[in-house]
Design a protein around this ligand. Sequence first.
Ligand code: FMN
Length: 216
Amino acid sequence: MISKLIKERRSIRVFSGKKISLNDMNKIIEAGIWAPTGCNNQELRFVILEKENVLTEVLKFKPFFRGVSHFILVLCDMSIPLSAQIYKKKSPAQMMSDLDTGLAIQNMVLLAKDIGIDSCIVNLSEQHYKKEKNLSILQKIFKEFKKKFNLHSINPNSFEYFLRNFLQIPKQYKIRAGVVFGYGKNFPNIEKAKHGKNMIKRNPMENYIIKVNYAE
Ligand SMILES: Cc1cc2nc3c(=O)[nH]c(=O)nc-3n(C[C@H](O)[C@H](O)[C@H](O)COP(=O)(O)O)c2cc1C
């Protein structure tokens, strides 16, 4: 039942190490492909990482993940004429590929849950840098400067820069997001678990509904 899957899917960070079969991984990717895309642009592409030596390097940026089977990167193909037109900065529709990415990922994580596979969405943003020891004050200031001005894609220590170079991703693909998949080992207790400042368990529905005039 889809309503059960929606509520029972959890972000899992510790996995058993068991590998997902090719057949199941294909089902997950297929679920992503069948998500809707703005203007039916179908611009999303997927990089499937499963080799242990590759996973070890990539997960250095997210060291708390353990026993992951696959790391999937979601990319936007900017070489499609419509992509170049609508996803450029300052275009009113520039956020559409982010929406498409989110929809594809949600299809993937729900399909995965349906076949007993757990997942966690991975933010690749500028907040994630390789830990650098013994930086001089000047280097620290420069690092903060690059963070502040969102220069992560050209910062050799940022996750995005690392992925593009390590995996030799051609320039025509914008890296949008990552998702890890595997068989969960540690599951949060939904009654007690928090992530950030919030409980993972969602609040009652009235907390999310904003009443405006003329709504009824
Ligand atoms: C866009 C997005 C980015 C996320 N990035 C990360 C991440 O980098 N690392 C992580 O551990 N969890 C990440 N998460 C998972 C959230 O922390 C998680 O969805 C939230 O705590 C609610 O828990 P739940 O997914 O179990 O309902 C991300 C989720 C989303 C939607």
